[in-house]
Design a protein around this ligand. Structure first.
Ligand SMILES: Nc1ncnc2c1ncn2[C@@H]1O[C@H](COP(=O)(O)OP(=O)(O)OP(=O)(O)O)[C@@H](O)[C@H]1O
Length: 519
C-alpha cells in the first residue's frame, strides 16, 4: 500500500466511514419512507367481496386509462364494447344482456389494462398522487383452508383522507349512474375452495316496463298495490308494533312461458329493487348454504326462488315413517333428487322453511316463489304468512293475445327506429284492427304468451303478415300440443278467422271445442 502511495490506516478509515454512511443512508431512507407511510399518508382498503371492488375496477378501466401509470407489470384482457351495451367491458365478467352478437351485432374488441396483483401503480386524481396496490391475502382465522382473497389498497399522500373519500364517492356515483334504469340480478355462488356461499352480481337488465307483462284481469294491479303498501315506511312500523315479522311472500304459478319471471323482473324494475335469484335444484345447495344465503340478503330486495317444485328435487315423505319430532309431518318432508330417491337430500324441507322465515332470515325482503306445479307444493310452504298472495298465470285469453300483439306493434311502446320499420307500416288505427283480427285467429286458452310472442317475433316488422300466418301457425302446433284444430277455407262455424288481410284471403281456424287440451 505504501508503494502505491496510500496510507493503510487512511484507506481503512475511508472504507469504514463509507460503510457507515451507506448503512445510515439506507436506514434513514427506509425509516423515512416508513415514517411517511405511517404518519403522512391516508389509506383505504377494499375487499374483493365488496361491491365497491368491482365498481372501482370498472371506474379504473373505463374512466382512468389516461391517468393510470401502469408501470411494467400489469394485466391485459380482451374486452368487448358493444355499442349501447350495459356493463360493457366489465372487468368482473358480467354477462351481456341478450348475449353478444345476439341482437346487437358483432362486438368491437379492445385491450384493457388493469393493475396486476402484487404491483404498485400510481394514479393522478384531482391533482393528487394516489398509490394503488393490488394484493392477495388470507383470512387469518381460517388460514389453513381459505383461498387467497384479493384486496386493493388506495393510498394518498398527506394525512387528510378526503381525496380518497372523494374518489370513492365518484366511483359510487358512476356506478349508480350506470345502473340507473336497470334491474340488477344476483345469482347465488355456492361454497367453493373453502369460500363461503355468496351472492354474485350476474346481470344488469334494462328495467322491464309493467305494461309489457300482460296478465288477464286485475292480478297485476293487485300485486303492485300490495307491494306499494308493503314498502311504505309506515308498514314496517306497523309490523314491528304488532310483533309480526316484516316479510311478504308471493307465489306465481302456472305453465312455463306464461310470464312468471317476466312479472318478477318487471316488479323489481318498477320498485327499483335488486333481484336475488336462486334455484332450489342447484347441485351443491344444502340447508346451511341456503340459510347463509338468506342471511346475506340486503333488507330490501326481491328474492326469486324459481321452480320451487324443481323436477330434480321432490318431496320424498315416507308415509310409513314415524315422526321423531313434534314438528308437523309436512315439515319433515324433504327435497331429494327424484331420480335417486334414497340419496341424501341436499335441502330439506325444514331447511327451506327455516331459510324463508327462520330467526336468521332477513326482514324487509320480498320473496317470490315460482312454480309450474302448485299442486305439488307442500301446503306448509305456501301457507299464509309465507305466501301472502298467489297469482295464477294462464294460457293466453283473447284479451291477452290482443295485448301481446299491441305490445309488439304499438308504435307508442315499440321502437320504430330500432326495428327500422319499413315505410308503409300500418298506422295505429290499423294496428288496433289487426290486433282484433289476430285475437280472433288464435284460440283462447291454448297457447302460452311465450309461444304467441315467438310467432309475433317471426314477423316483428310486419303485423299484417303475423295475422296472416296465425292460422297456419296454430295448425302447425296441433301435433305438438295434441290439440284438435281445423283450418277451413270457407266461412264456417267456430271462431271467426282472418280474412282479406292485405288483399289476400286467408284460412279460417275452427277449434274443436270438444277437444280437451292437454296441459
Ligand atoms: N304474460 C306475459 N306477458 C308478456 N310476455 C310474456 C308473458 N308470458 C311470457 N312472456 C314472454 O315469454 C318469455 C318467457 O316468459 P317467462 O320467462 O316470464 O315465463 P315463465 O312463466 O317464467 O316461464 P318458466 O315457468 O319456464 O320460468 C319472455 O320472453 C316473455 O317476454
Amino acid at each position: 500500500m505504501r508503494g502505491l502511495g496510500i496510507d493503510l490506516n487512511t484507506a481503512t478509515a475511508a472504507v469504514m466511514i463509507s460503510t457507515v454512511l451507506i448503512t445510515c443512508y439506507n436506514l434513514s431512507s427506509s425509516t423515512i419512507s416508513w415514517a411517511i407511510d405511517k404518519y403522512y399518508t391516508a389509506s383505504v382498503r377494499i375487499n374483493s367481496e365488496d361491491a365497491l371492488f368491482r365498481d372501482f375496477f370498472i371506474w379504473l378501466a373505463e374512466e382512468q386509462t389516461e391517468e393510470l401509470d401502469l408501470s411494467r407489470v400489469f394485466n391485459a384482457r380482451k374486452t368487448a364494447n358493444v355499442p349501447g351495451d350495459l356493463d360493457s367491458g366489465s372487468p368482473m365478467g358480467e354477462e351481456y344482456y341478450g348475449g353478444i352478437g345476439n341482437v346487437r351485432g358483432k362486438p368491437i374488441y379492445r385491450v384493457q389494462y388493469l393493475p396486476a396483483v402484487g404491483s404498485r401503480y400510481y394514479l393522478r386524481y384531482r391533482g393528487h398522487k394516489i398509490r394503488i396496490l393490488m394484493d392477495e391475502v388470507k383470512d387469518s382465522i381460517t388460514m389453513h383452508r381459505m383461498p387467497l382473497r384479493k384486496i386493493i389498497w388506495l393510498r394518498s399522500y398527506g394525512r387528510d383522507p378526503r381525496v380518497l373519500k372523494e374518489l370513492l364517492e365518484e366511483v359510487l356515483s358512476k356506478s349508480n349512474a350506470r345502473d340507473q334504469g336497470k334491474t340488477i340480478v344476483f345469482h347465488a355462488t355456492m361454497s367453493t375452495h373453502g369460500m363461503p356461499p355468496r351472492w354474485e352480481r350476474a346481470l344488469a337488465r334494462p328495467n322491464r316496463s309493467m305494461e309489457t307483462v300482460i296478465l288477464d284481469g286485475a292480478q297485476k294491479e293487485l300485486i303492485i298495490r300490495d307491494i306499494e303498501e308493503y314498502i311504505l315506511p309506515a308498514t314496517a312500523k306497523w309490523y314491528a308494533n304488532r310483533g309480526l315479522p316484516y316479510r311478504r311472500g308471493y307465489l306465481l304459478y302456472g305453465p312455463p312461458g306464461t310470464g312468471k319471471t317476466s312479472l318478477s323482473m318487471a316488479l323489481a324494475g318498477h320498485f327499483n329493487l335488486e333481484v336475488y335469484a336462486l334455484s332450489l335444484s342447484a347441485g351443491s345447495l344444502t340447508d346451511d348454504t341456503l340459510a347463509s344465503l338468506f342471511a346475506l340478503l340486503p333488507s330490501e330486495c326481491i328474492v326469486l326462488l324459481e321452480d320451487v317444485d324443481a323436477s330434480n328435487v321432490k318431496r320424498t315423505a315416507d308415509p310409513t315413517a314415524t315422526p321423531t319430532t313434534d314438528m308437523p309431518s309436512s315439515l319433515l318432508n324433504s327435497f331429494a333428487p327424484s331420480h335417486t330417491p334414497s340419496s341424501k337430500p341436499s335441502v330439506s324441507f325444514s331447511g327451506l322453511l327455516n331459510a324463508i322465515d327462520g330467526a336468521a332470515s332477513r326482514e324487509g325482503r320480498i320473496l317470490i316463489m315460482t312454480t309450474n306445479h302448485r299442486e305439488r307444493l307442500d301446503p306448509a310452504l305456501i301457507r299464509p304468512g309465507r305466501v301472502d298472495l298467489q297469482i295464477s298465470f294462464e294460457y293466453a285469453t283473447r284479451q291477452v293475445i290482443e295485448s301481446l300483439f299491441l305490445n309488439l306493434y304499438d308504435v307508442d311502446i315499440g321502437d320504430r327506429e330500432a326495428l327500422r320499420m319499413p315505410d308503409g307500416f300500418p298506422p295505429v288505427e290499423r294496428i288496433l284492427e289487426l290486433a282484433g283480427e289476430f285475437g280472433r285467429a288464435l284460440p283462447e286458452g291454448v297457447f302460452t304468451p311465450a309461444e304467441i310472442q315467438g310467432l309475433l317475433l317471426m314477423h316483428k316488422k310486419d303485423p299484417v303478415a303475423a295475422v296472416a300466418a296465425a292460422g297456419e301457425w296454430a295448425r302447425g302446433k296441433r301435433g305438438e300440443k295434441g290439440v284438435e284444430v281445423e283450418v277451413q277455407e270457407a266461412e264456417t262455424e267456430g271462431v271467426e278467422g282472418v280474412e282479406n288481410v292485405n288483399g289476400v284471403s286467408h284460412a279460417k281456424v275452427l277449434w274443436d271445442k270438444e277437444a280437451e287440451i292437454s296441459r
